[in-house]
Design a protein around this ligand. Structure first.
Ligand code: TYM
Length: 516
């Protein structure tokens, strides 16, 4: 089971390799179930994780509330409790009902040229949330994190194909994967850390770094004295990426980066600080956001604690003690796998909950709870009734392992084929549009309970700042932002108008040219 701990620091790999008894270990770089006294790797214990991390379980009441607010049935991943825990999810729903908007934030650490099936889980869910709530979304590609982590794992040596530039290449390939999952370009901004860091974002990073000591960081992530300092400080970047004030342009407000020395965006915008954020991810990312929540209200412009909604891990093919890992091809189905590769991986490697012989299976039945093919179906098969029937028939011995696997292969082949078709149509122009900092178009809740506060959302000041947020936070009691922010927005608006005029003139001139 060593493969499930791929990417783990040497100490963890060793424990798993030698199958020494060890507690379950979940953090952004290790996902491994408990190893018991006999050396067996156990399934990840999510109830214990809820306790250990101090997060809240997602309950039936949340589901009902979610359905009431959105007027739609909850996503299958939520219905089936695969998204199983949260922090302040209720507050986000409250805020949306009252003021109508929030920022949605998720990300990917591009560790290889193709995402695997597990990585699509939070993205599919995020897409649904974006559609249901009509809110802006930012997707962070932590090429820097993956470079720093890999070099750390390689004990400081620089391996071929593992330089910063290589991770930027991976980021681009993964961005294509993400776009192919179907996000709306009008509401979505995707960026690579290597390319985007600067402006107000980096000022937030710097301020955040100043609030976290080495002891606190190593308490959350287990850093040691030989961890490179880049990896230690990286966390500030993943944290402040949850602050809307890191992306003023997405809300129609100016940023401040060379060579554009327009004074308008010199200061960070207070009004943005009070817009809340919701982060969908698997629970391995929780340590980042624990630190984030602990510090966000202590920023000069206090930000509300970001809310989280967290999923379980799509298990490795080998079973429920670990997650799919990009660095172990046999543990995962990749989005670049061919139909035959999918078939052969499931047939050869997917752990079965069935019995040893057909006769025993018919007599005793199988266990869908540990059966990997069934588990994958529970993530990707839409029809609840069909899934329930499969589980029942498997338990009753009416369906054999081979049949469950064939069903799973068919579903995954369809999912990956549709994905590939969409990915092929992701041109450089499409990518560029997603990666261009620009004012995003979103409406949010069209009927917020506090409509007065939400009026400014469509922008008396030309910005997309929900003034419900601004009114409640530090950015001006009348909900129109501070004087400076209004001035900044006006300047930005004028600039945009001028650019639009120029563009229109250029287009006219082009059209006037005689055709050759
Ligand atoms: P990364 O690239 O490890 O994972 C990307 C997203 O996929 C989730 N995930 C999984 N979900 C279900 N089953 C699995 N087997 C599985 N493996 C990974 C991760 O939890 C994550 O949501 N540091 C981050 C990138 C990041 C980020 C964020 C992620 C930056 N900001 C905000 C979530 C939210 C990373 O390396 O993710």
């Amino acid at each position: 089971m060593a493969s499930e701990a791929v990417g783990a620091p040497p100490a963890v790999n060793k424990e798993v390799d030698e199958r020494k008894p060890a507690k379950q270990k979940i953090d952004p770089w290790n996902v491994a179930g408990e190893v018991d006294d006999s050396g067996n790797v156990k399934a990840i214990d999510y109830d214990r994780l809820i306790e250990d991390f101090g997060v809240q379980p997602l309950t039936q009441a949340h589901l009902e509330r979610f359905e009431k607010v959105t007027g739609k049935p909850a996503h299958r991943l939520m219905r089936r409790k695969l998204f199983f825990s949260h922090r302040d999810f209720d507050k986000i729903l409250d805020y949306y009902e009252q003021h109508g908007q929030f920022l949605l934030y998720t990300g990917r650490g591009p560790s290889s040229g193709s995402m695997h099936l597990g990585h699509t889980v939070p993205f599919l869910f995020t897409k649904e949330i974006q559609e249901l709530f009509d809110v802006p979304l930012v997707i962070m590609m932590t090429d820097d994190e993956k470079f720093l982590y890999t070099r750390n794992k390689n004990e400081g040596s620089m391996k071929k194909g593992a330089a910063p530039d290589d991770f930027l290449d991976y980021a681009y390939e993964n961005i294509k994967d993400i776009i192919a999952l179907g996000f709306d370009p009008k509401k979505t901004f995707i960026y690579s850390d290597y390319e985007f860091m600067g402006g107000h974002f980096y000022r937030n990073v710097s301020e955040f770094e100043s609030m976290v000591t080495y002891n606190q960081a190593s308490g959350a992530f287990g850093f040691g004295e030989s961890t490179n300092i880049g990896l230690i400080s990286f966390m500030a970047k993943q944290c402040v990426a949850a602050f809307p004030s890191s992306y003023p342009e997405l809300f129609g407000l100016p940023d401040y980066r060379a060579p554009d020395f327009d004074q308008a965006g010199k200061r960070r915008h207070k009004a943005l600080a009070s817009i809340p954020c919701l982060i969908p991810c698997a629970i391995d990312q929780e340590p980042y956001f624990r630190v984030l929540r602990d510090r966000s209200e202590r920023m000069v412009d206090p930000h509300p604690k970001p809310a989280l909604i967290m999923s379980k891990f799509l298990t490795a093919l080998q079973g429920p003690g670990g997650k799919m890992s990009a660095s172990d091809p046999n543990s995962a189905i990749f989005m670049s796998d061919t139909p035959n590769q999918i078939k052969s991986k499931i047939n050869k490697h997917a752990f079965s909950g069935g019995q040893q012989t057909e006769e025993e299976h018919r007599r005793l039945g199988g266990n869908p709870d540990v059966d990997v093919a069934f588990t994958y179906l529970s993530y990707f098969l839409e029809d609840d009734k069909e899934l329930e029937d499969l589980a029942k028939q498997y338990r009753a011995g009416e369906i054999l392992t081979g049949e469950m696997k064939a069903k799973c292969v068919g579903e995954l082949q369809n999912f990956v084929a549709a994905f590939k078709e969409r990915r092929d149509s992701v041109t450089p122009e499409v990518m560029r549009e997603f990666m261009r900092p620009r004012k995003l178009e979103f409406v949010g809740n069209p009927n917020p309970i506090k409509p007065k506060a939400a009026e400014g959302a469509s922008g008396s000041n030309g910005s997309a700042v929900p003034s419900g947020a601004a009114g409640e936070g530090a950015g001006g009691k009348d909900g129109r932002g501070t004087k400076g922010e209004r001035k900044a927005a006006k300047l930005a608006e004028k600039k945009a108008e001028k650019e639009a005029e120029k563009l229109a003139l250029r287009q006219k001139a082009e059209e006037a040219k005689p055709e050759v």
